[in-house]
Every structure is written in C-alpha cells, then in structure tokens.
Design a protein around this ligand. Structure first.
Ligand code: MYR
Length: 228
C-alpha cells in the first residue's frame, strides 16, 4: 500500500524533514553559520521499501513499561513505528562559547510533517541514557497550513535541552570516534507524535546514534519496526 514506502510515515502523517543543528550568530557579518548534527531531508519516492528491525531488539534501549516502547508497540498501530540510525556529524568548526563571552550560539531542532488531516500535532521526546529517561520534552506543532493538497505541520527551531547540549560538548572532547561511539551506544531518543485531541498515536520514532567519520558528514538509515 502507498504508505509502505521508503519514508517515515503512515496514511495520516509523514515526516518530511528533520534537522538538529548548532548556529552561531557572528557579530561582524550578520550572517548565521549553521552546522547540522543530523538531517533527514525530503526523500525521493523511488527508493526501495524499508528493511524491518525487530522491535524487541531495542526494548532495552528505552523505558519498557509505563508508556515505554513495549507498551507503545503493544497499543500500536505497528505500522507507525520506525527506527532511525544516525551517524551524527560532530566535526563542526564553530568555537565553543568563550566563558564570559556574548554567547550567540544556538542549539536547535526543526522538523516538518505532512498529512491529509487538519489536527493539533503534539510531539513528546524522551532522551534516554542506559535505557532510562533523563529528559522529557512535550511540544505542540504550529497550527498546520494547507499547501499543495495537504496539511503541513512544523516544529521550528525548538531549543535543544541543556542535557543534550552538554552531552554534545562532552562527546566532542573525546579523542577518537570509537570512544564516542561507545558512549553513544547507551544514548537514545524516542519521539511520539499524537493527535492532541484524540491522543491517537500517529508516529513513533526511535533514534540511535554513532558519530560519522568526519569526511562523510551526517548520514542516516531508516528502518521500520516489526514484531512477529
Ligand atoms: C531536546 O530538545 O533536547 C529533546 C529533543 C531532541 C530531538 C532530537 C535531537 C537529535 C540530536 C542529535 C544530537 C547528536 C548527538 C550525537
């Protein structure tokens, strides 16, 4: 069926674009320098269908019970569950904020979704360390606008939580990629998108991470989550 394509989405909601970034407003030139840690861009529809990963393989990377991944998957619908492996690009040339400096560094995340229904879209993000939730962020998308025959939902420039900013800063101080990757083995993020009024689950995306080899830039691979 049409929604079983190569993208993150169902018949009601599709992820179009996702970016986590850091930006520095330079004082001399009013221009912003942006570096993307991770990025999912609008995918061409010609790609092959997604491979399936068994959701049980990643249960222990997230809280399981009490609204965790196992409970969520039990409630379904199963075709709304996805896994994204990111190879994050942490090799940005921006200098860290100097102590006592003017700051001017912004860490943010922007995402865009689309679908046929006008609804109020809520997004819950759980940041997990060793499978335990350390941060939870609840947001509501801007009211959707109608564009080219579908509704477009945006969560623009949401500030990254302090925990993640510090995590990225510490990760960058590690000397080698294998050390960063072993820290990242225990770091995951779970996002759940719902229709705020009905609480219907529209999408659930589990994120796992490695760092990219510096010359390759950010990469990602998308899977669907299944269970037989
Ligand atoms: C928050 O705002 O802190 C929670 C929501 C985070 C959304 C996902 C951000 C992806 C972060 C990528 C950072 C790369 C770490 C290796």
């Amino acid at each position: 069926t049409s929604w079983h394509g190569s993208h993150i989405g169902t018949e009601t909601l599709r992820l179009v674009e996702f970016t986590a970034f850091v930006e520095r407003q330079s004082e001399q030139d009013a221009c912003k320098q942006q570096h993307r840690f991770v990025h999912i861009d609008p995918t061409p529809t010609t790609e092959p269908p997604l491979e399936v990963v068994d959701v049980r393989q990643i249960y222990d990377k997230f809280p399981e019970r009490g609204g965790g991944l196992r409970d969520l998957y039990d409630q379904g619908p199963p075709h709304a569950f996805f896994l994204v492996k990111f190879w994050a690009d942490l090799s940005f040339p921006l200098p860290e904020e100097e102590p006592g400096g003017t700051g001017g560094v912004f860490y943010g995340v922007s995402s865009r979704y689309e679908g046929p229904r006008a609804l109020t879209l809520s997004c819950t993000s759980k940041v997990c360390s060793f499978g335990k939730q350390v941060v939870e962020k609840l947001e509501t998308a801007e009211p959707p606008h109608w564009e080219d025959g579908r509704f477009v939902f945006q969560l623009q420039r949401s500030p990254l939580c302090e925990y993640l900013i510090n995590f990225i800063r510490k990760l960058r101080t590690l000397p080698e990629k294998p050390m960063m990757d072993s820290v990242l083995e225990n770091f995951t993020i779970l996002q759940v998108l719902r229709d705020q009024e009905t609480q219907e689950l529209l999408l659930c995306v589990a994120f796992v991470f490695e760092v990219s080899a510096s010359e390759r830039g950010a990469q990602h691979h998308i899977y669907r989550l299944g269970r037989d």
